[in-house]
Write a protein that binds this ligand. Structure first.
Ligand code: FES
Length: 102
């Protein structure tokens, strides 16, 4: 099992926003959807687009480069041109700290 590491505070991330965080050398896209936080690998499996900069619609994020969609709750790919999902990471909130298990 990994350990939970503080990634951000809740006031840094408004609902509907994403943010890039780096934990132990991993680039992780952290998203806030209706009071819930989700963390997935930041790098799109198509050509490496930064998912943290993608448009968030509900729990789907669209890669800003060519429009592939991913489910931020699971990392699953939802539409091409990406065909492989990304890793997702467990997130918990402790007081105002958002922590990601890596
Ligand atoms: S790099 Fe993400 S869709 Fe192409």
């Amino acid at each position: 099992m990994g350990q939970y590491v503080k990634a951000a505070t809740t006031d840094e991330l408004q609902a509907g926003q994403g943010k890039l965080v780096e934990i132990e050398g991993k680039e992780i896209a952290l998203f806030h959807v209706d009071g819930q936080y989700y963390a997935i690998e930041n790098t799109c499996t198509h050509q490496g687009g930064p998912l943290c900069e993608g448009e968030l619609e509900g729990t789907e994020v669209m890669c800003p480069w060519h429009g592939a969609r991913f489910d931020v709750t699971s990392g699953a790919v939802l539409s091409p041109p990406a065909y492989m999902g990304v890793t997702s990471f467990p997130v918990r909130v402790s007081a105002s700290d958002i922590e990601i298990e890596v």
